[in-house]
Design a protein around this ligand. Structure first.
Ligand code: FAD
Length: 365
């Protein structure tokens, strides 16, 4: 029997992979998503905060049809938030209006899988991809699957990226917990020696909060992430119902997302806004473009590099502003806490917000 040749095989069924699958399958391609996890989205590895669709329209003004892309169902939302507090070491917050959704991320990712399936994509779960050679994907059990186009959406450890792209990203280690209790409705970001080179967060959920922290090791003076995390978590009293960890790519997008018939999307391409850690919605923006361009490529021969062009048009400026702000922040956060306290004031408040929301700090940027 002749082996099946899929139009598109996607490694990883997270937000990037499932969204690529959704849009490619919608346009009639045969699509298979392979994920090492038995149940995609589990275990939880996330702070679970996304901006509302209105906030996304302000944050990414060149991205079209935001409401069509982000159809977060009610059961995937734990709570709505209205404020963000940026908190320096003094504990005195700078307060901003910010519409956010606190997700039930596991349900959120499962809904994205369901959406992809309802458009015709197929899923193979509970088996890891070991290798990729030419048009073949080699699985852990030795079986081989063939595809015209292969997408690496396996997150920061994606096997396609590791084998065929020789570039490195700055990956920030992160720890988080879910804690029961009553928390304020605002989402909080804490800066300073509490999380050297990174930040700590308290994101309220229904009946509790998602509390986490990420650092840049080179700023941590030899102390481990565990020590910073334990110190920060011990400030809050409540029953810990879950503990998790992960890694966030924080150096922004890599230069090329396409090599021959290989395409990267989501964390594997560095699609996280480094100045605020947003990766879920950004992976989905990349996934939609990738899915659309791959279908046009298979059907009409549109070059795959069109994906990079559309990404640049929709997200290039936002990503560059975010990278610049992250670099500036990395310089600022080398200074002692007393300096950061002075730097976070009423006069700098609008600039700090511009940095977090990926806008140019000064007109000529
Ligand atoms: C602790 C933490 C907190 C975060 N908090 C937030 C937040 O609050 N808001 C936000 O917007 N973003 C947050 N992020 C970032 C966000 O989670 C990612 O940017 C987003 O998940 C990227 O989606 P993705 O589909 O590219 O990758 P992932 O969601 O990582 O999905 C990759 C998938 O690929 C599969 N896979 C990997 N390797 C293989 C293989 N070899 N074979 C088969 N399958 C494979 C994995 O099982 C996984 O399902 C956080 C990240 C971390 C680690």
């Amino acid at each position: 029997m002749e082996e099946k040749l899929w139009d598109l095989v996607i490694i990883g069924g997270g937000p990037a992979g499932s969204t690529t699958a959704r849009f490619a399958a919608k346009n009639g391609l045969s699509v298979l998503v392979i994920d090492g996890r038995d149940s995609i989205g589990e275990p939880l590895q996330c702070g679970e905060l996304v901006p509302s669709n209105n906030e996304m329209k302000r944050l990414c003004p060149n991205v079209p049809d935001i409401d069509e892309l982000f159809k977060t169902p009610k059961n995937a939302i734990s709570q709505y938030t209205k404020e963000m507090h940026i908190i320096p070491p003094s504990g005195k917050p700078l307060k901003y209006n910010f519409e956010g959704l606190m997700l039930n991320r596991v349900i959120h990712d499962q809904e994205l899988v369901r959406l992809a399936k309802s458009n015709g994509a197929e899923f193979l779960t509970g088996i890891r991809v070991l290798d990729i050679e030419d048009n073949s994907i080699i699985l852990k059990d030795g079986s081989v699957i063939n595809a015209k186009i292969i997408v690496g959406a396996g997150g920061h450890n994606d096997p396609l990226r590791k084998k065929h792209w020789k570039v490195k990203s700055l990956n920030i280690p992160v720890k988080f917990i879910l804690m029961d209790g009553v928390f304020s409705n605002a989402v909080e970001l804490h800066f300073g020696s509490v999380a050297p080179g990174g930040y700590a967060w308290v994101f309220p959920k229904e009946g509790g909060a998602n509390i986490g922290l990420g650092i840049q090791r080179k700023f941590a003076k030899g102390q481990s992430l565990n020590i910073f995390a334990d110190n920060f978590f011990s400030k809050y009293k409540g029953k810990v119902s879950f503990e998790g960890a992960g890694s966030l790519p924080m150096s922004g997008t890599i230069k090329t997302f396409v090599k021959n018939n290989y395409v990267l999307v989501g964390d594997s391409a560095g699609m996280v806004l480094p100045s605020n850690g947003a990766g879920i919605t950004i992976a989905m923006i990349g996934g939609r473009i990738a899915g659309q361009v791959i279908s046009e490529h298979i059907k009409n021969g549109t070059p795959l590099s069109e994906y990079e062009k559309r990404w640049e048009h929709q997200m290039g400026k936002v990503m560059r502003n975010s990278q610049r702000s992250f670099k500036l922040g990395s310089i600022l956060f080398r200074f002692p806490d007393w300096f950061i306290n002075i730097a976070f004031n009423r006069l700098t408040k609008p600039f700090i917000w511009k940095a977090i929301t990926c806008r140019p700090l000064l007109k000529f940027f």
